[in-house]
Design a protein around this ligand. Structure first.
Ligand SMILES: [Zn+2]
Length: 457
């Protein structure tokens, strides 16, 4: 129970989401749609989804969802169709073969909480539904998404909320991020501020809702200042909580998508205000918010290691807390020190670049944080300054790679040996991780000392 924070879910998802942007043609907004997906919400969390193709198809292909979700929770209304899974994809086709232009399905929410992917459809507050469009949006054979538009019709007295849009009905919708997104349908009134459109599940304890409403504008203004821009699309934030049960449980799961994040709190420890829960909430929420700015630089592929953005998000969260006046220098240093000692123990079992494969997700955060801090020290700048430069570089290149990160480190520190030391640290299984972290910090100080004149903080 001493490690109550569960952030595992957000880890793989953000990188995967970012990769999918590049897998889908970015220009499809100009072409007439090949498919219309009409989604009607029935008042509970059930959806009626009608697929209307411009040209007749032999089958529809979907990215598979774990636990056989579609087979269990989708019903195809017309007779003579079947759903089957093969080679990591789900298919809908006519049982006897042959082409079709229209299919109608009923989709129900799932009670199984998926560990490593977005929930396709969840009940969100009274008579509300939160859906992830990626699980309703067919793929093309080569892996990108079909050129499709969505129509959303909530149940009577409900609204649909998609990024900055809220309406009784939305037609011909495409995500402003050219990317799968969360869309809410139901009676909840979103809280719209200058910065965000937020949907807070009324089941969340009052103190959390208040904390959220206070934190978001403060954190957004601090992050806008640190990054030097505000996100182009008004982000959606979704906050839900299930505080029944185990009084010792304090779980925070965050899912980040471009311009959106979802926070799901679980456990009895959230039910009443307390210092530990508040600290987890503030820190993790700023971490998720940081991803909204980082998304301006997207990984070029799913080969790009996640420690780059997860570690930096932790490090920038610490910088934001200093900027907000939450933390003094000593608190900042304690946090950095904790990352170093946690990283040392995580790397006992293998290299940082091998961590995701051995499911050691914690290493990605803490060791990525250590690297981000070392680079900042070597540069005599803040982690967020490195990210501002990375965003610029990634925009020109259409995404960033691990190599691009090392090149930028060399460019900004003027020290090829230091850049090499960072690469070694990430790549190599280390016999004495604690000592290697010390060496890395020493190399950073050396790099900083060599540069004349020293950059100012
Ligand atoms: Zn994260």
């Amino acid at each position: 129970m001493d490690r109550p924070v569960i952030r595992i879910l957000s880890i793989g998802l953000f990188a995967l989401a970012a990769f999918m942007v590049f897998a889908s043609p970015l220009t499809q907004g100009d072409a007439p749609p090949d498919l219309r997906i009409d989604i009607r919400h029935s008042g509970e969390a059930n959806l009626r989804v009608v697929y209307e193709w411009r040209r007749a198809q032999r089958r529809m292909i979907f990215q598979t969802v774990a636990e056989g979700y579609r087979k269990r929770q989708w019903t195809i209304v017309p007779d003579g169709f079947e759903i089957f899974s093969e080679g990591g994809a789900d298919y809908i086709r006519r049982a006897g073969g042959g082409r079709f232009r229209r299919v109608e399905i009923i989709a129900r929410p799932d009670n199984i909480r998926l560990d490593k992917e977005y929930q396709p459809l969840v009940k969100y507050g009274e008579r509300g539904a939160l859906l992830y469009t990626g699980h309703f949006w067919p793929m093309i054979k080569s892996g990108g998404r079909v050129n499709a538009v969505f129509d959303f019709t909530p149940a009577p007295a409900g609204q649909v909320v998609a990024f900055g849009d809220r309406a009784m009905r939305i037609e011909n919708w495409r995500s402003p991020e050219d990317h799968p997104a969360f869309v809410y349908m139901g009676p909840l009134a979103p809280v719209e501020t200058q910065d965000v459109m937020a949907l807070v599940d009324p089941g969340a304890p009052q103190w959390i809702a208040e904390e959220f409403n206070t934190l978001v504008p403060r954190a957004f203004s601090a992050l806008s200042q640190l990054f030097g821009f505000t996100p182009e699309t008004k982000p959606n934030l979704f906050l839900s909580a299930n505080v029944e049960g185990d009084a010792g449980r304090l779980s925070y799961a965050g899912d980040a998508l471009p311009s959106q994040f979802q926070i799901m709190l679980r456990g009895g420890a959230w039910s009443r205000p307390n210092a530990k829960a508040r600290e987890v909430f503030i820190h993790s929420t700023i971490h998720e918010a940081t991803h909204l700015w980082q998304a301006a630089a997207r990984p070029a592929s799913d080969e790009t290691p996640e420690w780059i953005h997860e570690g930096a998000a932790d490090a920038i969260t610490a910088e934001a807390r200093v900027a907000l006046g939450d933390w003094n220098g000593a608190a900042f240093e304690r946090n950095a020190q904790r990352a170093r000692s946690e990283c040392a123990s995580e790397l006992e079992t293998g290299s940082l670049n091998g961590a995701a494969a051995r499911q050691d997700f914690r290493a990605l955060y803490v060791c990525g944080h250590v690297i981000a801090d070392a680079v900042a020290l070597a540069e005599g700048a803040r982690v967020v300054d490195f990210w501002r430069a990375l965003i610029e570089k990634a925009e020109r290149a259409g995404g960033y790679t691990e190599t691009m990160v090392y090149d930028l480190i060399e460019e900004r520190t003027g020290d090829a040996e230091f850049a090499q030391a960072v690469r070694y640290f990430a790549d190599t299984p280390l016999a004495q991780p604690g000592e290697e972290i010390e060496k890395l910090m020493t190399a950073a100080r050396t790099a900083a000392g060599q540069r004349r004149p020293a950059a100012s903080l």
